[in-house]
Design a protein around this ligand. Structure first.
Ligand SMILES: Nc1nc2c(c(=O)[nH]1)N[C@H]1C(S)=C(S)[C@@H](COP(=O)(O)O)O[C@H]1N2
Ligand SMILES: [Mo]
Length: 257
């Protein structure tokens, strides 16, 4: 087991213990039952740590459904933000980059009234939000930056996401890189389709031209080079059906902080 995974597991044990204590006489089984009843069961609950996953997700959702990720002041912006060193993703990306991303398209489909594709210019013409938040990698490091983009909720409104929708999948142009979030996070005001960072355009190293910033979840949920979004009512149909490439690889689908 990797260090970060064992660290996560011990943190999870603490949370479970906390919720068990809170549950008191009711006990864990009842807490899990309540979680199930109110739709607070994450898609990857079936594994060895299933009960822990459920209780982490359920307790976070009950306690923080409406809470905001912490925002920082300008003076707290990291001087040299740490970029995860990843290769720019292939020839198609390089071609689009050579054209200054004029031909980049974000396709939005699935359970929406009007499937639509957007250019980066179009996204930039929509009402924007600027926020200074922390990006935290599950490996333990973090940095603070100012992010600028259009709230995902605005784009979901434009395409007419249907009321039955429960999840939003987002895909990178990078192969096998995709995640999903539930509607509580998709419609959250701090969840942004980001095209700007620290007063400049979003550097390719940090996911330019378009990245989904979900500051209420850890680094790997913040996928770079987004070119496709699908709205659904279930998490099946991609990979092992656990809702994200990282869940397929053994990480938590819900990675709230
Ligand atoms: N497309 C893509 N997005 C990605 C990754 C990646 O490898 N490819 N790594 C993730 C992980 S694990 C982290 S911690 C953050 C790192 O973001 P940064 O490079 O801005 O520090 O990006 C996330 N988004
Ligand atoms: Mo990460």
């Amino acid at each position: 087991m990797s260090d970060s995974l064992s660290r996560k597991l011990s943190r999870r044990k603490l949370i479970v213990r906390g919720l068990a204590a809170t549950a008191g006489v009711a006990g864990l089984g009842v807490a899990a039952h309540i979680a199930q009843k109110y739709g607070l069961v994450p898609p990857d609950h079936g594994g060895i740590y299933g009960l822990g996953e459920t209780l982490t997700y359920a307790s976070q959702r009950l306690l923080t459904r409406h809470s905001m990720a912490r925002e920082f002041s300008k003076s707290q912006i990291s001087k040299r933000p740490l970029a995860n060193e990843i290769e720019p993703p292939g020839d198609e990306f390089k071609r689009l980059q050579a054209g200054r991303f004029a031909d980049w398209r974000l396709y939005v489909d699935g359970m929406v009234a009007h499937p639509t594709s957007f250019s980066v210019d179009q996204l930039q013409s929509f009402p924007s939000r600027t926020q200074i938040t922390m990006l935290q990698c599950e490996e333990g490091w973090s940095y603070i930056a100012e992010w600028n983009g259009v709230p995902l909720s605005h784009v979901l409104d434009l395409v007419g996401a249907l009321p039955q929708a429960r999840y939003v999948f987002y895909f990178s142009i990078e192969p096998d890189t995709w995640e999903s979030i539930d509607m509580a996070d998709a419609l959250h005001p701090q969840t942004l389709l980001t095209y700007g960072m620290n007063g400049d355009e979003l550097p390719v190293g940090h996911g330019g031209p378009l990245r989904l910033r979900v500051p209420r979840q850890v680094g790997y949920k913040n996928v770079k080079f987004i070119n496709h979004i699908t709205v659904t009512d279930n998490l099946k149909g991609y990979g092992k059906g656990l809702g994200s490439a990282s869940a397929d690889a053994g990480y938590a689908w819900y990675a709230g902080i």
